[in-house]
Design a protein around this ligand. Structure first.
Ligand code: XIL
Length: 336
């Protein structure tokens, strides 16, 4: 009768987290969560469009219930996220007449938002993804253009960290991004974070999302990214780990005719090998990595069922659709 979970196997390494939504907090899914994980991240509940949908309206219900669940069960909570170009309601950028707000107004709105949200969960959320995905997808560009930058300029990025730090000086503050181990993007993330550190901005870590696939990253890209980021002297969290069984192709939005969305034995073998590689690298870099979080609990439901291709089932996690441990799970916990 083996009641050890991922969190126990990895006790001497780092906490193991999972992204949660309302359905994760009860029944079989909650049972699995508590068996295997000791950290959670709200998948959507703390994003602006959910928690602050209108100027004078905060919607705390889901985020509060997630935080209460964590408190009751002694789980850590990573907060996600405070400044992002997506899932942000338009009202932030518009005045009562529907005209674009000034820089001062936008900074004030962001400050109010961060102060209110971080303040509410002070002492309960130990780490925040303060700034999410600020680097452009185009390697020739540096920062991603967004309404935030258009109106308030680059300085808003540092401000977000300052506002969060002011209200909860004990919270660990992260810059979070995807494809962070691709060499060219790695260098742009490094440049941004180094500038923040050099400017004395309160930033304590880099979040590597880890939305990977059976095709990437390579061992060497992953190790080189860890070395490079660790050289900044910051904590490293893997914040959104999953291993898609399909290649990440931005231009593909539809299922191809005849495409079979099943976890075939061949795909599963590749996924097992990829998970084995990933966790052996994580263990090797345990002195720098202070958290690893999966983005969703099991293959029963993953955000990758809808993205980037609508209606294509994916199988990116360590538990299957019956919430049973997959073969990859056993590889991940099999080490000496
Ligand atoms: C995703 C959620 O999982 C989905 O439910 C939602 O529809 C879109 O956002 N990078 C992030 C996460 O930082 O917030 C995203 O989460 C996945 C990509």
């Amino acid at each position: 009768n083996n009641t050890k979970g991922l969190k126990d196997y990895y006790q001497e390494f780092f906490p193991i987290g999972v992204a949660v939504n309302g359905r994760s907090l009860a029944g079989q899914e909650a049972h699995l969560l508590l068996q295997e994980f000791n950290s959670i991240t709200p998948e959507n509940a703390m994003k602006m469009e959910v928690i602050h949908p209108r100027k004078l309206e905060y919607n705390w219900a889901l985020a509060d219930s997630i935080v209460a669940f964590a408190q009751k069960n002694r789980l850590r909570v990573r907060g996600h996220t405070l400044l992002w170009h997506e899932q942000v309601p338009d009202w932030f950028f518009l005045d009562d007449q529907g005209a674009p707000v000034t820089k001062d107004t936008l900074l004030k709105r962001l400050k109010d938002h961060i102060t209110t949200v971080v303040g509410r969960y002070k002492g309960k959320v130990y780490a925040w993804d303060v700034l999410n995905e600020a680097i452009d997808d185009n390697p020739k560009q540096f920062l991603r253009q967004s309404k935030w930058l258009e109106i308030a300029g680059e300085e808003i990025l540092a401000k977000a960290f300052e506002y969060a730090h002011e209200v909860d000086p004990d919270a660990l503050l992260f810059y979070n991004d995807y494809n962070s181990e691709r060499p060219e993007k790695r260098e742009r993330i490094y440049r941004l974070v180094k500038k923040l550190v050099d400017d004395g901005v309160p930033i304590h870590g880099i979040g590597l999302q880890g939305h990977w696939s059976i095709f990437e990253p390579s061992t060497s890209d992953l190790e080189q990214a860890l070395e490079r980021y660790a050289s900044l002297g910051l904590q490293l969290h893997f914040t959104e780990l999953d291993v898609s069984v399909y290649p990440w192709e931005k231009e593909r939005r539809r299922k191809r005719p005849g495409e079979i969305d099943a976890l075939t034995p061949a795909l599963e073998e590749k996924q097992i090998a990829q998970y084995e590689m990933i966790f052996s690298v994580f263990r090797k870099y345990k002195s720098h990595i202070t958290s690893v979080t999966f983005w969703n609990l099991s293959d029963r439901y993953s955000w990758l069922d809808h993205y980037p291709v609508q209606g294509r089932k994916n199988y990116p996690l360590l538990f299957d659709r019956n919430l049973e441990r997959k073969k990859a799970y056993y590889k991940v916990v099999d080490f000496k």
